[in-house]
Design a binder for this molecule. Sequence first.
Ligand SMILES: *[C@@H]1O[C@H](CO)[C@@H](O)[C@H](O)[C@H]1NC(C)=O
Ligand SMILES: *[C@@H]1O[C@H](CO)[C@@H](O)[C@H](O)[C@H]1NC(C)=O
Ligand SMILES: *[C@@H]1O[C@H](CO)[C@@H](O)[C@H](O)[C@H]1NC(C)=O
Ligand SMILES: *[C@@H]1O[C@H](CO)[C@@H](O)[C@H](O)[C@H]1NC(C)=O
Ligand SMILES: *[C@@H]1O[C@H](CO)[C@@H](O)[C@H](O)[C@H]1NC(C)=O
Ligand SMILES: *[C@@H]1O[C@H](CO)[C@@H](O)[C@H](O)[C@H]1NC(C)=O
Ligand SMILES: *[C@@H]1O[C@H](CO)[C@@H](O)[C@H](O)[C@H]1NC(C)=O
Ligand SMILES: *[C@@H]1O[C@H](CO)[C@@H](O)[C@H](O)[C@H]1NC(C)=O
Length: 540
Amino acid sequence: MKSRERLVLLASAGASNALLNCSTEAFKQVIPANATVVLAQRVAENGTFTPPSADTGFPNPAYMLPALCAVQIEMPTEANTTFNFGLFLPDDWEGRMVVSGNSAFSGGVNYAEMGAGVTYGSVAMSTDTGHDSAFDNSWAENAESITDWGWRAMHYSVVEAKKVIKAYYGSALKYSYYNGCSTGGRQGLKEVQAFPDDFDGAVVGAPAWWTTHLQLFNIYSAEYNLPDNSSHYLSSELLEFVANETLKQCVDPQDGVTDNIISDPRRCDLNLEAMLCNSNFTSAASNSYCLNSAQIDTLYHYYNDWVEADQTFIFPHYEIGSETGWGQDPDFSYIEYFLGLGTNFTWADWNADIVKLSDEMNPGNATAGDFDLSPFYEKGSKIIHYHGMADPSIPTGSSVYYYKHVQRILTQKGIDLDDFYRFYLIPGMEHCGNTPSNMEAPWYIGGSSQASTIGTDGSGNHLHEREGFNDAKHDALLAMIAWVENGTAPTYLIGTKFHDESTLDYVEKQRPICPFPQQARYNESGSLWKPENWHCASLY
Ligand SMILES: *[C@@H]1O[C@H](CO)[C@@H](O)[C@H](O)[C@H]1NC(C)=O
Ligand SMILES: *[C@@H]1O[C@H](CO)[C@@H](O)[C@H](O)[C@H]1NC(C)=O
Ligand SMILES: *[C@@H]1O[C@H](CO)[C@@H](O)[C@H](O)[C@H]1NC(C)=O
Ligand SMILES: *[C@@H]1O[C@H](CO)[C@@H](O)[C@H](O)[C@H]1NC(C)=O
Ligand SMILES: *[C@@H]1O[C@H](CO)[C@@H](O)[C@H](O)[C@H]1NC(C)=O
Ligand SMILES: *[C@@H]1O[C@H](CO)[C@@H](O)[C@H](O)[C@H]1NC(C)=O
Ligand SMILES: *[C@@H]1O[C@H](CO)[C@@H](O)[C@H](O)[C@H]1NC(C)=O
Ligand SMILES: *[C@@H]1O[C@H](CO)[C@@H](O)[C@H](O)[C@H]1NC(C)=O
């Protein structure tokens, strides 16, 4: 047989640089006897992996994969619960692991997002957090399952995944990365805080880190705009009117450039009364829409921090520019199941003592509220943290709060945050990605859930391999890899807005995303949408 033909045969027989076959039997040999191989199957180059039907929380397939072995392992915990983790083990492995996070309370192995992680020459891993479910949160009646969701399933999955990887390739992992947003961001910060050995680098987006307060804020703030037959209610059309008006008031004075993006919502002196109805039922803002006094009060709620009557600060407010995503129905699951206050909870049962109860219980120790990151720093590990400034789900200010509290602790210890922790606020980005239609701000930075949700059938996952995106400026995970492996610290990132995110047809806008507290400033000449015409500068 000619050698070329033999090579082709070897390659088609399976992973050429792996020690193990991609089979249930092979994996059984390398996992503890009390663990189970749920699946082990080959995926061919450019193939699709469809999650098992039990994967309720994350049913989306992963497309356009490199040739790999997909395996899912179930393990017991000492608390008589079980958890699963999935691995994509690519044939062409460069010694890395990228772990993806989950979203909200959903349980399931996040295979779609692993489809992005595996394209970085990495093994991709995701845990089911100890349960499978999309919207039914009754799993949280079991306090041990909350602990699994809070941290246990993730940490145990990371530890076991490292062993499986070593057995599969016959060599140890060189670099371990985390990439998650929202609940995924919380999971990343929790790992960094509680298990500093797990990762060399964590890219953390819009983290839902303050579980005890955030979950109640989500309920409390939803009630600002209810009931929907009251005089203070704002319909989605009126919220769009408010968004248009805040854009008009806040876009220009902030960055000196009328670019339709609210770059610094925190410094806008918004005049809500400009939207008030006059005697002709029009407003100074518009001749077709206006708000009554009670509706203006609703806006005051949204734009102000939640502070309880005893002056306890509970949660920061939503930013100006995030209005079009407001007004989602409240989900009482956290109160009902996590705090155990019963499934017949109604708004009439609300009282501020529930916040105290939540703080006391801290269900599952899920809150990632440890600000002393010195153990992670001392290991030489890195964090990139980002949050959209038009996030209508998790207020941007909760990330600012976290960063600044870490700064307080570490400054006193003589640690410069810039040495290991960079924080980016992204003007006009919503929750983890996307942008309001009236702003169309550049938002794509290769963050978690971004690549896997744009482009048809997974082509977004390969964006970081494309000319113009295959560098540490256009892709936050590459920025992390360059920092950890090459010692090149990130400065600014570059956000991208494609004309059409489903086809990734062409780049319409790009803009530097500056490290906090810097902001992008226009150089006063050239296109507004070319990053070279901007620079980062601090206002303070
Ligand atoms: C990959 O598969 C898709 C269908 O899923 C197909 O459209 C595309 O042409 C394939 N690409 C390559 C490089 O084979
Ligand atoms: C499962 O087996 C491993 C290896 O023997 C052991 O360390 C672990 O404690 C066991 N877990 C449970 C829940 O029994
Ligand atoms: C462990 O869980 C199973 C079902 O999930 C239950 O049947 C069994 O009683 C539990 N054992 C203990 C010791 O709680
Ligand atoms: C709003 O609806 C509720 C229940 O549907 C009803 O009890 C209440 O009277 C209504 N209020 C107004 C102002 O129409
Ligand atoms: C908001 O502005 C957009 C233009 O950006 C316009 O198409 C839309 O009709 C406006 N909506 C309202 C409710 O005024
Ligand atoms: C909720 O209310 C229903 C009907 O009033 C009742 O049958 C049920 O037992 C209640 N559930 C709880 C957990 O209190
Ligand atoms: C809860 O998690 C934090 C890290 O976020 C850790 O420092 C603390 O020890 C944990 N508390 C308990 C009771 O496990
Ligand atoms: C790290 O440095 C090497 C050598 O200069 C370069 O080829 C590679 O692209 C860098 N990695 C990243 C992620 O920038």
